[in-house]
Design a protein around this ligand. Sequence first.
Ligand SMILES: Cc1ncc(C[n+]2csc(CCOP(=O)(O)OP(=O)(O)O)c2C)c(N)n1
Ligand code: SF4
Length: 351
Amino acid sequence: MTYLPKPALLRAKQPRNAIGHTRRDYEGAVSTLCAGCGHDSISAAIVQACFDLDIEPHRVAKLSGIGCSSKTPDYFLGNSHGFNSVHGRMPSVLTGAALANRSLLYLGVSGDGDSASIGLGQFAHAMRRGVNMTYLVENNGVYGLTKGQFSATADKGSANRRGVVNADNPIDLVALALQLGASYVGRSFSGDKEQLVPLIKGALRHRGAAFIDIISPCVTFNNHTGSTRSYDFVREHNEAVNRIEVMLPHAPIETSYPPGGLRRVVQHDGSVLLLRKLGVDYDPTDRIAAMNYLQERHALGEIVTGLLYVDPGADELHAHLNTIERPLNQLGEAELCPGTQALQAINQSLR
Ligand SMILES: Cc1ncc(C[n+]2csc(CCOP(=O)(O)OP(=O)(O)O)c2C)c(N)n1
Ligand code: SF4
C-alpha cells in the first residue's frame, strides 16, 4: 500500500476539542484514491466525528478487509490501532479483537463487494451476535479496486459504464442488518456531511452492533447515466426520514430545531440522539415498520436515508457471553488456567 505522510503544519491556531486535540490529530496519510471518490468524504466524516466526540485516537481500533474502501483506514486516525485483514474477513478479525480486549472502540470499514459478496456470511454473524462495533460499508455498487465489476448491491436494471445491464437482484445490507438484529442502523450518502457525521457519532456512542450503509460514488467506474450509485442519481432520489444531532452526556442541549418536531433518544452511556422528523411519520424504534417502509420506498426507486432504527437499550456480545471486563493480555496465569481439577471436571462433563 502506498503511504504518503502529510507535511507537518503549524497547529497553534487550529481549534482544539475538550481533550486538547486538533482535527489533524485524527487524520492519517494523504489519500491515494481517485480525486472525487466518495470514500475520501467518508474518511473526512470519521475524522470530524472522532474530533467532535473527544475520542482519544489510541483508544480506537480500525479494521478493514480489501478494496479501495478498505484502504481508507490508512487515511484517518493515524494514531489508532489498525488491521487491514483479508477480503471479506474483517468482521471475524474484529470480533476476535473485541473479545480479547473490550476496552477499545471498534470501527470496521468495508465495501459492498467486501461485505455483500465474499464477506456476506461474516457480515451476517457480526450483526446477529451484536458485536459492539461501528460497521461502515462504503457502498458504490461496484468492485472499484478490481476495475468496476457489478457488486452484489448493484440494482437490477442499472447499467455499467459500457452500457451492460445488471440482471441480478441486489442485496440490501440495511434490510439484512435489520432482520439480523443490529441495534443501530442507518443509511447515508458520502456527499451529505451534515447527515453523515452525526450518524457516525451516534454509532460510535452506541452499545451493540451499529451498521451504516453509506452510498459512496465511484467516480471512475460508476458515476455515469444509468448507474443508481452516481452523485446525480443519489441526490435526486435521496429521501431522508430524519436528521440527528448527538449530544454528549451532561452537555447542554443546544439546537436550532423547533422544539415540537424533536424526539430524544437516550443511549446507554447517557449520550442523547436528538431526532428531527423530516416530512414522513417515521418511527426509528420500530424495527418491523422500518423494514416495511424501506421495502416500499425502494420499490418506488427511492433511497431512504437517516437513522433508520435504534434500540437504545440493546446489549452486546460480551453481555451474552458473560466475559471478563479486563483485556485478556492483562490476566495472570491463575485467572487464565483454572487448574487440573477444574479442567478434568469440564472434560468429564462433556463425555
Ligand atoms: C480472496 C480474494 N478474492 C478476490 C480478491 C480481489 N478483490 C480485491 S478488492 C475486491 C472487491 C472490492 O470491492 P469493494 O469491497 O466494493 O470495494 P471498493 O474497491 O469498491 O471500494 C476484489 C474482488 C481478493 N483480494 N481476495
Ligand atoms: S476506483 Fe472508484 S472506489 Fe476506487 S478509488 Fe477510484 S473512485 Fe474510489
